[in-house]
Design a protein around this ligand. Sequence first.
Ligand SMILES: Nc1ncnc2c1ncn2[C@@H]1O[C@H](COP(=O)(O)OP(=O)(O)OP(=O)(O)O)[C@@H](O)[C@H]1O
Ligand SMILES: [Mg+2]
Length: 443
Amino acid sequence: MVASLAVWIGSALLILAVLTQRWWDPWLTKSGIDWRAVPWRWYLLGFPATAIRMRWRWKQVCLINDLSISRKPTRAMVGDLAVRGTALRAIAPTLGLPRVTRTGLVVRVRLNPGQTPRPFLNATGALEHAWQVHRVRISSPRRGELVVTVTARDSLSRDDAKTDHQPERLLAARVGRIEDGGAWVLDLRQIPHWLLVGATQSGKSTLLAAWVVRLAPQSVALVGIDCKGGLELGLVESRLSALACNRPEAIELLHALVREMEGRMAACRAARVRSIWQLPDSGRPMPIVVLVDELAELYLSDGSRESRDEVAQCSTLLLRVAQLGAALGLHLVVAGQRVGAELGPGVTALRAQLGGRIAHRVNDQATAEMALGDLSPDAIAVAQTIEPDEKGVAVTTVGGRWMRARSDLTTTDQARAIADEHAHLTPYFPALAHSMTKGGRTE
Ligand SMILES: Nc1ncnc2c1ncn2[C@@H]1O[C@H](COP(=O)(O)OP(=O)(O)OP(=O)(O)O)[C@@H](O)[C@H]1O
Ligand SMILES: [Mg+2]
């Protein structure tokens, strides 16, 4: 009786909503609510089905994966033998009521006395399988309690899912989307320097292009070092204040940047402030973002004295920019296939200064560890599971946690067109431009 009444009322409301759509649709649009973007299918069908499935299978999955406890010991003596068995009355931890999110759900679990989060962390694969969901992530904010975050399906697998919300903040760039459906925003004011690693063809240069495209309309200077002969960053050269295409040019450019940094340091000291952000708007120098594509090219030496000298200079100069740049508005974004100690001791010191980390698909565990080692073992494992056809997918830090994310595909034509469109905003730094002619490249 109650059920059929609910169906009648629901149907009547649905018909009313369809009939009156032309009134409420413009009103919602004006209020900034895009109801077409709401995942109705998930809210109305997917979520209830998943919540029921979770509850239905909870006890069983806990029993199979040793996540339950038993009141009685699971070992007993039979004659002279100690036998181990499965408790007939196992007690699973208490699964709370799930809370729906746009891309999945969140549920709390109260552990039984004596239980620790470790077995649950190891059982995420089993939970994903039992609940038929894309990913289960477990954290333990309080002792005895777990927060289980479920992502229903892989929102990164769709190529079309672009949301075009670019934040207003200076130096913040929305470069793609994260696993939970939100925007992937890289904010250089929050984390001043970044390291991008990934195997060849994993999407590093495309992410750099997406970053440049988002920074292009802003009041920032962009500078490139691309020792692959400028093949990658050459696309956006019209929006770059300087582009170094080989190591001698890179050294001149880095010298010029260090001189610029020293000038800014003097200005801050004279004004008795600790960073350019404390200077008045009128006297504040423009932030400079230095993009380095393929770091290894700066560090590889053929053994000759000349190349060893060049490597040493690059290493020292980059490290200085990384150590002192953040307060002076100089930001480093460094991409490379490998950034390990095999490139020399300078690389390890530089890596330590690059607080933001992004790992695309990697071929070996060592590279993932280099990029994500200080984050969590889970993040390293996930970076290694990115498939070759998941171009642009990466593991990164978002608000202190790790997440999977995917950059927006920025084609070469788009990158070139947007750089040209904003070419008039390219600030002219005479010292940087001059360094290019000294480095051997004349226009
Ligand atoms: N987010 C993305 N979505 C779809 N395709 C992508 C994405 N990112 C990169 N790709 C595709 O992957 C290919 C390789 O990308 P990219 O050149 O950026 O890789 P890379 O890591 O810079 O490689 P290399 O180390 O060889 O320079 C490109 O053809 C590009 O179209
Ligand atoms: Mg590349």
